[in-house]
Ligand binder design. Structure first.
Ligand SMILES: Cc1ncc(COP(=O)(O)O)c(C=O)c1O
Length: 458
């Protein structure tokens, strides 16, 4: 893709007025700190000079069907020409929101048949908690409000969603802590004790039960969990964990919210991972990102029939709503995106090619600083350590994830740096050839990083 007029300097001058999300604002003022991405197509994005990068992050875990899908752009344009904006407030609705609600609830586990649309994953999770609090109030359980979350979780950045998120994401900021209790991260690699997977799972379940008993079930509304934690570092729980935590929730009358903001719409080879991959039926599922493949900002909070029945009983009022909930253009993008996922058999493709992606990345474990390669299908992460034998971590100021990611970007691959990790969640349309390209670039980039920091290695 050729771009004749390189406007990088002008854009960066204008960009000085823009606050970037989750960034070190001071460091962005340094020369060369920011990257301008101007165009995209398929699995690739392009800068102002027309240089191509393989988008190993699918934007931000979201461009599941790939960039530049004309079908989605056309559907949005058509929708805006037909009905630009109308709300789903009060008694009002429109065809796109109604069709999307019906199509999505046919894909969720059978107990989830109603949905509330929002415009971000954070809003989807806020909505879930607000609805559950209201549900408990309707049942007279006025104290049953706490949410169990986990170290390593990422549930969003609104004031409530960030409180549900692992504390490292809000260091130095305020948080609505009174609503949240954190359980341990379910990632075996970070657990110091020498346990088998089964023993580690027992440990996590014992802790959950012990903490529930301590806090008192009359104070706990829900347990929120990503099937595989994403932004916390692609943390994969031990086998059986989700079944067992779901059983604990059932036994203690604690609602289970499955945060599928990342894992839905094919990333793990299923439309929704909760039931199909992990064999659980949550009371609520939240999702966003892949719902429209990021083409429009839309999220969804699905409710079980039982919760819906309570909150919609006569005399109750649903006092929750955002101007852009169920925006026609967002619904149109999501519907066109669903068409692509279904017609092009994207889930089947992920099931076929995902294991090759996984095994290619796992080969990188032969390199000296690659301590762990984890994840599933198109949701993977590599964690770097100074010494693999005694799992000696890098000091934060080495910024090893950033170093590897810079080497990768210089070689035409965008990956997400995350502390001592790099994370990959590419578009789901990836080919074997592109997977080989990712492997080769990462091998070179990690080798280059090792050479930069060899004085630190022992
Ligand atoms: C699992 C999960 N939940 C919620 C969110 C928040 O979504 P958003 O950034 O759209 O508010 C994210 C964002 O990355 C996420 O990964």
């Amino acid at each position: 893709m050729e771009i004749k007029n390189d406007r990088t300097d002008v854009i960066l001058e204008q960009d000085a007025h823009l606050i970037h999300s989750f960034s070190d604002l001071e460091s962005l003022t340094h020369a060369g700190a920011r990257t301008v991405i101007s165009q995209a197509e398929g699995a690739y994005v392009y800068n102002e000079k027309g240089e191509r990068f393989l988008d190993g992050m699918a934007g931000l875990w979201c461009v599941n069907v790939g960039h530049g899908r004309k079908e989605i752009a056309d559907a949005v344009a058509e929708q805006l020409k037909t009905l630009d904006y109308f709300s789903t407030f009060y008694n009002l609705t429109h065809p796109g929101a109604a069709e999307l609600a019906a199509r999505l609830t046919a894909l969720t586990p059978t107990n989830l048949n109603t949905v509330y649309f929002g415009n971000s994953g954070s809003v989807a999770n806020d909505t879930a908690v607000r609805i559950l609090h209201y549900y408990q109030n309707r049942l007279g359980n006025y104290k049953k409000k706490k949410i169990l979350s986990r170290i390593g979780a990422y549930h969003g950045s609104t004031h409530l969603a960030i409180a549900l998120t692992t504390p490292v994401y809000r260091a130095g900021w305020e948080s609505a802590d009174e609503f949240v209790h954190f359980l341990s991260s379910p990632c075996a690699y970070h657990h110091d004790a020498d346990m088998t997977g089964a023993e580690f799972c027992d440990f996590l379940i014992d802790e959950m039960v012990r903490d529930i008993e301590k806090i008192g079930v009359e104070n706990i509304a829900a347990f929120i969990a990503e099937p595989i934690m994403g932004a916390g570092g692609v943390l994969v729980p031990p086998d059986g964990y989700h079944n067992r935590t779901a059983e604990v929730c059932r036994n203690y009358d604690i609602k289970l919210i499955s945060d599928e903001v990342v894992t839905a719409f094919g990333r793990l080879g299923a439309m929704f991972a909760s039931e199909t991959v992990f064999n659980i039926q949550p009371d609520m599922i939240t999702t966003a990102k892949g719902l429209s493949s990021g083409y429009q900002p839309i999220s969804a909070t699905f409710l079980s029939d039982e919760i819906h029945e309570v909150i919609s009983a006569k005399g109750n009022k649903f006092l929750h709503g955002m101007t852009y909930s169920g925006h026609p253009a967002c619904c149109a993008a999501a519907l066109a995106n669903l068409d692509i996922i279904e017609n092009e058999k994207i889930c089947e493709h992920v099931l076929e090619v995902g294991p090759y992606f996984e095994s290619s990345l796992r080969k990188l474990a032969e390199l000296d600083i690659v301590g762990d390669v984890r994840g599933s299908h198109f949701m993977m992460g590599l964690e770097f350590v100074r010494n693999k034998d005694n799992k000696q971590y890098f000091d934060e100021d080495v910024a090893i994830g950033m170093l590897v990611s810079k080497h990768a970007q210089a070689r035409g691959l965008i990956v997400r740096p995350l502390g001592a990790m790099i994370v990959l969640s590419p578009p789901l349309i990836l080919t074997i050839k592109q997977i080989d390209e990712i492997y080769a670039v990462l091998h070179e980039s990690i080798t280059a990083a090792i050479s930069d920091i060899k004085h630190l290695l022992n």
